[in-house]
Write a protein that binds this ligand. Sequence first.
Ligand code: F6R
Length: 605
Amino acid sequence: MCGIIGIVGKQPVTERLMDSLKRLEYRGYDSAGVATIVDGKIERRRAQGKIRALEDRLLNQPLSGTIGIGHTRWATHGAPSERNAHPHTCGRVTLVHNGIIENFAELKGELTAQGHSFESDTDTEVIAHLIDRQLSLGDSPVTALKNTLDQITGAFALAVLIAGEDNMIMGARRGSPLVVGYGVGEMFIGSDALAVGPFTNRIAYLDEGDFVVIDHDRAQIFDASGSAVDRPIKIVSAAAALVEKGNYRHFMEKEIHEQPESCQRTLGAYTDALTSRTLPTPGLDFASVDRIQIVACGTASYAAQIARYLFERLAGLPTDVEIASEFRYRDPALLTTTLAVAVSQSGETADTLAALRWCKAAGLRTAALVNSHESTMAREADFLWPTHAGPEIGVASTKAFTAQITALTALAVTAAVQRGRIDASQEAKLVKILLEAPRLIAASLKTEEAVRALAIDTAKARDVLYLGRGPMYPLALEGALKLKEISYIHAEGYAAGELKHGPIALVDEATPVIIIAPHDSFFEKTASNMSEVIARGGRVILFTDEEGGAHAPAGVRVVIAPSSDPLITPLVMSAPIQMLAYYVAVQKGADVDQPRNLAKSVTVE
Ligand code: F6R
């Protein structure tokens, strides 16, 4: 949620602030703003809506200055208006903020009683008032920041400019990530590596509770107690710096097509193609684990639900998957022999992180299966299970989802070996099947034309039902989520067996029923469900393989994906399902990469 950039530069910074904000726009796009220091005074430009609107504003009212901060907003407190757009100012202080200040109402009341007046409805503005109040009490800027941090509660990241201090930006993180970028005679802070990627590949990740002061040449980092600390400088890959759409119309389209490579890269981290063995996680033996508790949100939770079938069937390992926002508040009874696993693309989702911390505090061993390898979850969990999808910019997750399934499938095979459920030759057989996944995903992308044709009719629907059995049930849930989030068509995913228990009442000729059913052990039962829908005048679209296509009841429109072993069928079936949502959204003229009300990384509850 919300993107932050700050530059202490040698050259004018506005263009680079804007470049960075465009890269961060996936984090939120309700409003955007920049501020710089010009002749000791802070100037700001803000605009409601996307970065484009801010660009237009800057054309009419350019902004000079060699030091500045920028922000792209996903609104939490206060409507998405220019008035509520960051940066927020009070006296000498101008700042941008990602996250939520939980005690802002109380602080605002106190400040108002002291005569402060506010120009926005945001929680953020309170921080500017607090820092300014500390400055007027005689604090130095750093002490004013520290004293303010001690007064606020919640999860946040900040970048702060002080009028008159034109060689300094301060930053702080608690709960939301913040990185420091080291340039040559220039320094940066940003929400993630993408923010500073084009300017430097030397990055330090602030730890929880840290605050920082950057000037032209250095960063002074302090921990929550105010003691000076060093955080290691890492060299980040060029991939983080170079995220472009290439020849694709949308990031989502590009990311769907990147799945053969992202699956391949992820497989490389969990399997050895030469020996056909999986690669165990150092320090973790699944034989010592009695249960797996996966916590995740949204698409990541559906990847986890698919994996549950494998951990249980292959490795005989009881596995629960729970939505993190529910898990964290129900005081779950846990045993310390349970391995807690957080699945998350960003590694920053507030609820998933809180659930992971809850498990850790309860004495469980924890693993983070994340695509952002330097994220908070990655750093806090006992075991890091990386996915190698690369930066995912489209708000609707696609390649991160299949990378999660890939990694979890390989881990289920490892678990099966370590728990003595399969021997080396069975492991080799499963690894060889897994290694076929990139090729078969590539082949399934060839359904594109067929899917695009189906999208024309589907785009006219008001409601769509998705059905699947076994591992295709979570994929049905994912299909429905993808469609609703980018095309705004109401869609529901159901276990096909549940059809008769209620949802069949929705079936009519206007409601497409999308059934995901490869020709596996469930196929016949699902075929009966198709017939039940057709008998009631419903329209069935079947995503299946060749054999399934040959056995489809009459009257069904069929998309044929390549046949595959059930171990990897969820991976092979994902691409056509994602493409349907994509082409329906394109057909409807929707904003595919930045759907309304959403943001890529949900760092607030
Ligand atoms: C949907 C989508 C979301 C995320 C969810 C969790 O396309 O992307 O449902 O999956 O917000 O995000 P991460 O994986 O970053 O924890």
